[in-house]
Design a protein around this ligand. Structure first.
Ligand code: HEM
Length: 174
């Protein structure tokens, strides 16, 4: 679909972020939202790391990506002759998305599901206690978050650097 018309290439980066919005709407908001939504689920899972997994996937995944996409759409129109640095844009796009996915898949979700299991076995109070939160598994989940977070930060920085070029082009085109 991306290659159907020439104008789609002109807007390829905003469109890619809009595609990411659809993905995170499905996974972050839909899948992870419904996972914690039913009354019986909330009885055992309210405010655990499963909520953080949903919160990040839905909030950044949907509205963060949408914000970036809209920003790029506006900038594209402000510097029509500028050749975007596709390599950097690619790195930024995939680092942001993969970083967010890793943050959820290898840290927040396993931590939340482990809390949920223990809430069923020992009670909700136990999985919110300092003893549980600082248990070796939960602490290892905090450290494993670093992987996704670093990749995500890298993506944000690369996007900022790429935007310097766009900013210069806008000033030159004025
Ligand atoms: C783009 C849409 C959505 C966004 C931006 C979003 C964002 C969030 C955020 C940031 C939180 C955490 C709030 C907190 O920690 O106090 C949250 C909680 C929650 N969300 Fe969503 N959400 C979205 C869609 C959905 C959907 C579709 C469902 C269910 C079908 C859902 C169900 C829930 C529930 C049940 C909680 C509370 C969980 C708890 O108290 O532990 N959300 N949402």
């Amino acid at each position: 679909m991306e290659k159907q018309a020439t104008w789609t290439h002109f807007y390829q980066w905003p469109l890619k972020y809009f595609a990411a919005v659809t993905f995170w709407n499905l996974v972050g908001a839909g899948l992870l939202g419904f996972l914690i939504n039913t009354p019986i689920a909330l009885y055992y899972m309210q405010g655990l790391n499963t909520t953080a997994a949903h919160g990040h996937g839905a909030m950044f995944g949907v509205y963060g990506m949408l914000g970036i996409g809209l920003m790029l759409f506006c900038l594209r129109g402000m510097a029509v002759n500028y050749q975007w640095n596709d390599r950097w844009m690619n790195w930024a796009f995939w680092s942001l998305n993969a970083g967010l996915a890793l943050m959820i898949v290898i840290a927040l979700l396993p931590a939340g599901l482990w809390q949920t299991y223990n809430a069923n076995v020992y009670g909700y109070w136990f999985v919110r206690s300092a003893e549980f939160i600082h248990s070796p598994f939960m602490e290892s989940m905090v450290w494993s978050r670093v992987v996704g977070d670093v990749l995500f930060t890298f993506g944000a920085l690369v996007l900022c650097v790429a935007m310097v070029g766009v900013y210069r082009a806008i000033r030159a085109e004025k």
